[in-house]
Design a protein around this ligand. Structure first.
Ligand SMILES: Cc1cc2nc3c(=O)[nH]c(=O)nc-3n(C[C@H](O)[C@H](O)[C@H](O)COP(=O)(O)OP(=O)(O)OC[C@H]3O[C@@H](n4cnc5c(N)ncnc54)[C@H](O)[C@@H]3O)c2cc1C
Length: 417
């Protein structure tokens, strides 16, 4: 008898962990426009060289046996739920399915700010981290050794937009890397890293306890935090912002955008029930409201009323993946589907190259160098597959997790091409 065909769109946290649970059970096909999984929570450590690309971005064909899962690297261009067909950009024949998993994740939301998409660097992929590292190296390489401290500060001014966890993790990391490079190159003065945030505080979605550690880390890294500040436009070498009704332009060497996530056109075009934010509405079984054989999870899905602390996180996508895999098996074998209460597993932030902050599920928080180590230990256990975890864990244990300084371009690994 032919085995059922399961088609999984997107190989991030939702899609990859669903694939791993279903591999070998049915005819599983994973379609992704990338050739690798990305453990996004450690993209900051990749920027600073504390981890290597292979640690956090293993290739799909290293994680799954291609006898069990068909891997297709291509972009999904349309989904026809009634005809049970998915069309890809390069692959000529449409793909058919018995059960479909939509786990395409979100994209950077520039909220219509003039010039932001064109001139700022997003921070969601390996290529984005490479581009940012290169931008910092280029700025450093342009500075002559005898430049006055105030001019060094001006030429090494970087802006991070958004003071959510991402903006705070990124800005502290950049500040530490830049300051280290200034010292190593015997330049005068200090770099300047600013964060612009529309709201009235940093890490708005997090509790007071962890916020204290974040604020302390920002202070120690000399990051200038500007709350209630709205970015109005971005150009190739400046950012214009508004604070208290006053508009100002600041020259910058680079602007990094962490100011939000939105739905990609593939999901926008899908004619199914959505929330006011455009997320696909799913039932507690993670099935679409009107399609029993279609499941959605991760950043693009919402099961109203969603637990407000969880949507848009890897930990939610990961937990949902196990439910989706279980429910697809149940659905295709005629058994009852499960519904699950998703648990808050705590938070772990990387704050600069020497500190971290961890919020345990029970609400207790701690920070500093110990939290940085704890984060590495915690994330080793969350990487996909035992084999990969063991390889990476051994590499961190024996090889260390020291940051890689921002060297002149010719000496930078990966970036010299
Ligand atoms: C820098 C950064 C740090 C983060 N840190 C944390 C953290 O510390 N803790 C936490 O809980 N969450 C964190 N998150 C959020 C977390 O990464 C997301 O919530 C999670 O990845 C969502 O999983 P997903 O499967 O929905 O989407 P994703 O992981 O984004 O995966 C989507 C996949 O689909 C592919 N895809 C998209 N469109 C198509 C298409 N048309 N055709 C083919 N393939 C396609 C993409 O290439 C990608 O592989 C972070 C996010 C970022 C960007």
């Amino acid at each position: 008898m032919a085995r059922p065909g399961i088609l999984i769109l997107g190989g991030g946290f939702g899609g990859m962990f669903t694939t791993l649970d279903l591999a070998g059970w049915a005819d599983v096909t994973l379609v992704s426009d990338e050739d690798h999984f990305l453990f996004t929570p450690m993209l900051y450590e990749y920027l600073s060289g504390e981890v290597e690309e292979w640690h956090i971005a293993p290739k799909y064909n290293e994680l799954v046996d291609e006898k069990d899962v068909r891997l297709i690297r291509d972009e999904v261009t349309s989904i026809d739920l009634d005809a049970k067909r998915v069309t890809l950009r390069k692959f000529k024949d449409p793909l058919e399915f018995d059960a479909l998993v939509i786990s395409a994740g979100g994209i950077t939301n520039y909220v219509g700010v003039e010039g932001a998409e064109q001139h700022s660097i997003p921070f969601r992929k390996i290529g984005h981290a490479d581009a940012l590292r290169r931008r910092m190296v280029d700025a450093l390489d342009r500075i002559p050794p005898d430049l006055a401290p105030q001019d060094v500060r001006r030429d090494l001014t970087f802006v991070v937009v958004g003071a959510g966890a991402s903006g705070c993790e990124l800005s502290t990391k950049m500040a530490d890397l830049l300051l280290d490079a200034v010292k190593r190159r015997a330049l005068q003065g200090e770099p300047r890293v600013l964060v612009f945030e529309m709201g009235d505080r940093v890490v708005p979605g997090m509790g007071e306890q962890i916020r204290e550690f974040v604020e302390e880390a920002l202070r120690e890294a000399h990051v200038e935090v500007n709350t209630q500040t709205r970015v109005v436009s971005v150009s190739a070498d400046s950012v214009t912002f508004e604070h208290g009704g006053v508009r100002e332009e600041l020259k910058t060497a680079g602007v990094v955008w962490t100011g939000g996530v939105k739905m990609r056109p593939l999901i926008e075009q899908l004619n199914v029930e959505k929330t006011s934010r455009g997320l696909i509405k799913v039932r507690p079984t993670l099935q679409l409201v009107q399609h029993d054989n279609v499941f959605a999870l991760g950043d693009i899905a919402c099961c109203p009323p969603a637990d407000p602390t969880l949507p848009g996180t890897a930990q939610l996508a990961l937990q949902e993946a196990h439910v989706v895999a279980h429910n697809i098996k149940a659905f295709l074998s005629g058994h009852d589907l499960e519904t699950k209460h998703f648990e808050e597993l705590g938070e772990a932030l990387s704050l600069g190259t020497e500190r971290g902050a961890v919020l345990l599920a029970g609400g207790k928080a701690f920070g500093g160098a110990l939290a940085r180590q704890a984060r590495f230990a915690l994330y080793t256990s969350r990487l996909p597959t035992w084999h990969h975890r063991l390889r990476v864990g051994a590499s961190w244990f024996f090889g260390g997790t020291e940051p890689r300084p921002l060297l002149p371009l010719g000496m930078e690994r990966h970036l010299s091409a």
